[in-house]
Design a protein around this ligand. Structure first.
Ligand code: FAD
Ligand code: FMN
Length: 585
């Protein structure tokens, strides 16, 4: 019996992932590769791309899913999750399925790993049996998600290899065997010529305004952007996601460095070799390498661990190979952190350090992840600016110990775009929603957190609701007091009460928390006496905790409560949607 025949008798292993920013997708692909080495027949899909009707026929599965928003499931898991939650699914619908779930999350969030936990529970309710306890990955672990994934996967393979031992004559494949899941083919040689399909939930928006709103002397370049699109429905509080492109000059450097420049403009297609592992639909047509590098490959972000796993195969320099293998090993994670993550070194910079790496074209999509959309809170109301979307965008630029400043892929690209350029965008529901009743709202907005507040306020004012409070914080009145004229005009017309905190305009630092404590009486009257709702948006570092503490102090002082009762009061507001937050890192 040939090894292929023996493998055909090995069990199929369904691997489904839900991933917002690519980490869970990368881990699911690692599970697929490890399953292949053990001669399982892995079938890998994003949950929403999998034919859900087939789930009742699956015997063995691994689910990998991350958490986004405030404990929400990622976008590419939502339909699958709705399907699992259908009331008409009978209790034993998945009785034939044995499964394991790995959740990715961050324990600094209140709803740590909620989708993974809920998925595990729901699968059991439907009769499926876990063959291994749930794994909970945590960004706070010093090794990141791998800190939990490594031991969890060891456990999974122990169980599965005992349940499905390899037949005599077949052994697990060593680490240096690679499987291509697609081949790079000259488009002129291939039988079918198709053009890449485009997704139906993305739109082309025309950039009509790209204005710097902070002075050049200020450390951060912040842009007020305006996009024009035809009549796309959205609500105040919603998010626009933007699919970035790599800068042409960066792409040229990459093509030169890798030597791919010689065939950069020749049309080609990827040919799939594994029907259970499909190419993203946008890459199924004819492409050029230049276009692939500009619009699809993520070459200028911090590499994931899998990059090192692949790169080690593609160097003939034994020292480089050893170092790259070490970066991929559990023992090498401290070194990898020091070399890559702490410095924020990009994949391209790693390629420049390890010049011996030569990536075969067949493996381009294994080595480099795809660019992913970036999210921005919509800063305008759809009724005040029909067919337009405004964003307030901070251009990401900071320094580490590396000599060149670090820059954000998307914001750097957008910052240099001239108006009239087209950009691929999508809409997603944000976590904040205006109250349905005419109650006061208290908006707490340090820095760029004011973006969605502008949208909420515009909508309120259009609806004639003038009981609005904005607590805004930034560094300097003269530098990053975004949309100051608009707030002051609203105040002048009696539609807004505004309290500001300029942290660096005086000797003592002053933040939104200070303004909250100072306005205790006004806030208590709005929230408690008049039944108002609180909204908080901005960076998710220490800020949300500090604001929550300040609010609790207000409740304790004004409501005559103990601090623990004040905390319970705040929790109560959260539960009924009267304290909503949208915070990002
Ligand atoms: C729901 C939501 C709404 C958002 N709304 C807005 C908004 O309205 N306006 C806005 O400007 N941003 C907003 N953001 C944040 C924005 O999406 C990110 O800043 C985004 O990553 C920028 O994309 P980029 O490609 O330019 O940066 P990337 O290439 O993605 O790099 C960003 C990464 O760089 C790192 N980084 C950034 N600054 C530093 C630093 N000083 N030190 C060390 N590391 C750093 C962080 O790891 C960060 O994740 C929002 C995010 C979410 C999730
Ligand atoms: C905007 C945002 C919101 C998040 N919300 C949560 C959360 O509510 N709970 C949690 O446990 N982790 C949360 N996380 C952490 C992610 O789940 C974690 O970083 C994960 O590795 C991301 O995986 P992905 O790239 O596959 O989406 C959040 C991360 C981001 C960027």
């Amino acid at each position: 019996m040939t090894s292929a025949e023996t493998t055909a008798e090995r069990p199929r292993l369904l691997i489904l992932y839900g991933s917002q920013t690519g980490c869970a997708a990368d881990m699911a692909d690692r599970v697929r590769r490890e399953a292949k080495r053990r001669h399982f027949r892995p079938a890998l899909f994003a949950m929403d791309e999998y034919d859900r009707a087939q789930l009742v026929n699956e015997r063995l599965a691994i689910f990998v899913c991350s958490t986004t928003g405030q404990g929400e499931e990622p976008d590419n898991m939502k339909k699958f999750w709705r399907f699992l939650m259908r009331k008409d699914l009978p209790k034993g619908a998945l009785a034939q399925l044995r499964f394991a779930v790995f959740g990715l999350g961050d324990s600094s969030y209140e709803k740590f790993n909620y989708p993974g936990k809920k998925l595990h529970k729901r699968l059991m309710q439907l009769g499926a049996q876990p063959y291994h306890p749930r794994g909970d990955g945590d960004d706070q672990h010093y090794l990141g998600q791998d800190g939990a994934l490594d031991p969890w996967l060891d456990g999974v393979w122990n169980v599965l290899m005992q349940a499905y031992p390899l037949p005599a004559g077949l052994s697990a494949l060593p680490d240096d065997v690679l499987y291509p899941w697609m081949q790079f083919a000259d488009a002129l040689d291939s039988a079918i010529q198709t053009t890449a399909s485009t997704s139906t939930d993305r739109y082309l928006a025309t950039l009509t305004r790209n204005e710097r709103v902070t002075p050049h002397s200020h450390f951060q370049d912040v842009r007020l952007l305006e996009f024009q699109l035809d009549n796309r429905p959205f609500e105040p509080g919603d998010i626009l996601d933007i699919m970035p492109e790599n800068l042409e000059s960066d792409v040229n450097d990459f093509l030169e460095h890798t030597g791919l420049v010689v065939c950069a403009d020749r049309p080609f297609r990827f040919r799939e070799t594994d029907p259970e592992h499909r190419l993203p639909s946008a890459l199924r047509g004819t492409l050029t390498l230049r276009d692939l590098c500009r619009r699809w490959l993520d070459v200028f972000s911090i590499p994931r661990r899998s990059f090192f796993e692949f790169a080690a195969h593609f160097t003939k320099d034994p020292e480089h190979a050893e170092k790259l293998r070490e970066f991929n090993s559990a023992a090498g994670q401290d070194d990898l952190y020091a070399y890559c993550h702490r410095m924020r070194r990009t994949t391209f910079e790693v390629l420049q350090d390890f010049r011996s790496i030569e990536i075969p074209l067949d493996y381009l999509l294994d080595v480099f992840p795809l660019l992913r959309p970036r999210q921005f809170s919509i800063a305008s109301s759809p009724t005040m600016y029909p067919d337009r979307v405004h964003l307030l965008m901070g251009v990401v630029k900071y320094r580490t110990r590396l000599s060149t400043p670090r820059t954000g892929v998307c914001t750097r690209w957008i910052a240099q775009l001239d108006p009239t350029k087209q950009v691929s965008v999508g809409f997603r529901q944000g976590t904040m929603r205006l109250p349905t009743q005419p109650v006061p709202i208290v908006l707490i907005a340090p820095g760029l957190g004011v973006a969605p507040m502008r949208s909420l306020l515009q909508k309120r004012i259009e609806c004639g609701q003038h009981d609005n409070i904005l607590i805004f914080g930034c560094r300097h009145h003269a530098a990053d007091y975004y949309c100051a004229d608009e707030w002051e005009q609203m105040c002048g017309s009696g539609m807004l009460q505004l309290f500001t905190a300029f942290s660096r305009d005086q000797d003592e630092k002053r933040y939104v928390q200070h303004a909250i404590r100072e306005q205790a009486q006004v806030l208590w009257a709005a929230i408690h006496t008049r039944g108002g709702a609180i909204y908080l948006c901005g960076k998710s570092t220490r800020m949300p905790e500090d604001v929550a503490e300040a609010l609790c102090d207000v409740f304790a002082e004004q409501g005559g409560m103990s601090l623990s009762d004040a905390k319970a009061y705040l929790q109560g507001l959260k539960r009924v949607g009267r304290f909503q937050q949208e915070c990002w890192d």
